[in-house]
Design a protein around this ligand. Structure first.
Ligand SMILES: NC(=O)c1ccc[n+]([C@@H]2O[C@H](COP(=O)([O-])OP(=O)(O)OC[C@H]3O[C@@H](n4cnc5c(N)ncnc54)[C@H](O)[C@@H]3O)[C@@H](O)[C@H]2O)c1
Length: 381
């Protein structure tokens, strides 16, 4: 029986608790850690866990096999390294860390200690998303020529009142690092890293944040294909979409299929037969028994037991940080950036954040909100 500690008992922690509770034959939550212990106590009693609660996670590391790291981003790496050092496997909330040097340290340590590290990418565990990506990946409708991620969200100004948000050196970045990472991970899952990126960063309406609430990027791949990523926190109704234009049809998430044929003069008309083929290829794929965090936790536990390979591993988490670092480097420097970012680059570590341009100075701070309701991909696909 694998013993689990959740570290950080805030808004996302219940998704982890509920995930582990789905697999009572494999694991048990035996510890909860939160800086202010009252939040750990509250989570403990809400789910009737009977777990040990601690304010310093290090006090319980020796008695658990798994940690779920649900703290603000800046602390992910140091906690992961402590946990691996203590012999634990780690499920790290996104983003894996705030810099590439931290990601590399986690990867090196997990290899040395032979521990399983997974980085939360729960959208990989949503049937509609996974199956649309499988269709695009199959090559059946040709190469992906152009991909577009509209990672557009809406957050009101008070979102940045939470003390760890809105600061480059604590949150690590704005909507590109903390929201669009979901779509960026999916894009990378299909297409891998581009060879270059050019980006614009802006803060359109969040005056309590140093960071961007908007970014727009164009990615160029070695095979000549391109992708665009729009990240936004000012988009009413959050009309998110990830779309892939293949040589012989288009597929999008939320699911849509399109196919055009051309007249002699090059103008298009709908190719209904091809569109139905894309729909059929999507519909014939299986749906997952467990979705979102539950699905990722199922895979993480199975990987620890040696029954499955990890679907979202540390190198996937690192790839997200590589591309997002490229986006920030390009936006800050107003120039195109070539990937990979090597270890001699000033953007490889966190140092650049100390002199990152501040769109605004942060004025308001609250330790936590009473209302912990959050929204994620659930229900969107
Ligand atoms: N996968 C998703 O869809 C999703 C959604 C929301 C948040 N997140 C991620 O989850 C993480 C946490 O976000 P949140 O919204 O739950 O934040 P939160 O502020 O609600 O909760 C974080 C908690 O961690 C505690 N904490 C901070 N440092 C700690 C430490 N060293 N030891 C123990 N406890 C510590 C804080 O006291 C707080 O209770 C972030 O990385 C965020 O990006 C992921």
């Amino acid at each position: 029986m694998l013993r689990v500690m959740i570290i950080g008992c805030g808004a996302i922690a219940p998704a982890h608790v509920e995930g582990y509770l789905k697999f009572p034959g494999m694991c048990r939550i035996t510890a909860l850690a939160n800086r202010s212990i009252s939040r750990a106590d509250e989570l403990n009693s809400r789910y009737g866990l009977g777990a040990k609660t601690v304010s310093d996670y290090r006090d319980a590391l020796g008695n658990v096999d798994i940690v779920s790291i649900c703290t603000p981003p800046r602390e992910h790496a140091s906690i992961a390294l402590d946990a691996i050092d203590a012999g634990c496997h780690a499920l790290i909330e996104k983003p894996m860390a705030t810099s590439l040097d931290e990601c590399d340290a986690i990867i090196a340590s997990s290899k040395k200690e032979n521990r399983v590290v997974s980085v939360v990418a729960q959208s990989r565990f949503i049937s509609g998303i996974r199956n649309a990506i499988s269709v695009a990946r199959s090559g059946r409708f040709g190469r992906v020529l152009y991909a577009r991620a509209n990672s557009v969200w809406y957050r009101g100004g008070s979102y940045y009142d939470l003390s760890w948000r809105g600061r480059w050196e604590v949150e690590g970045g704005g909507c590109t690092l903390n929201h669009s990472i979901h779509h960026i991970d999916l894009l990378l899952w299909l297409k891998g890293l581009p060879k270059s990126v050019i980006s614009v960063l802006a803060n359109l309406s969040h005056d309590n944040s140093e960071e961007e609430d908007f970014s727009s990027s164009i990615l160029t791949y070695c095979d000549g294909s391109v992708a665009e990523i729009t990240s936004s926190l000012v988009s009413h109704g959050e009309p998110q979409c990830l779309s892939f234009q293949m040589e012989r049809g288009g597929i999008a998430i939320p699911f849509a299929a399109h196919a055009s044929a051309t007249r002699d003069n090059g103008f298009p008309y709908p190719d209904e037969t091809r569109r139905r083929e894309i729909e059929a290829a999507f519909a014939e794929l299986p749906t997952l028994t467990h979705e979102n965090h539950d699905g990722q936790i199922a895979n993480f536990l199975a990987a620890i037991n040696g029954d499955e390979g990890l679907i979202a591993d540390a190198s996937d988490g690192r790839n997200c940080i590589e591309l997002i670092t490229g986006i920030y480097k390009s936006g800050v420097g107003h120039s195109s950036v070539t990937l990979p970012i090597d270890c001699g680059d000033e953007f490889y570590g966190n140092r650049w954040r100390a002199s990152a341009p501040h769109f605004n100075e942060k004025k308001n701070d609250v330790a936590h909100f009473d209302d912990m309701t959050i929204t994620d991909f659930k229900g969107k696909f």
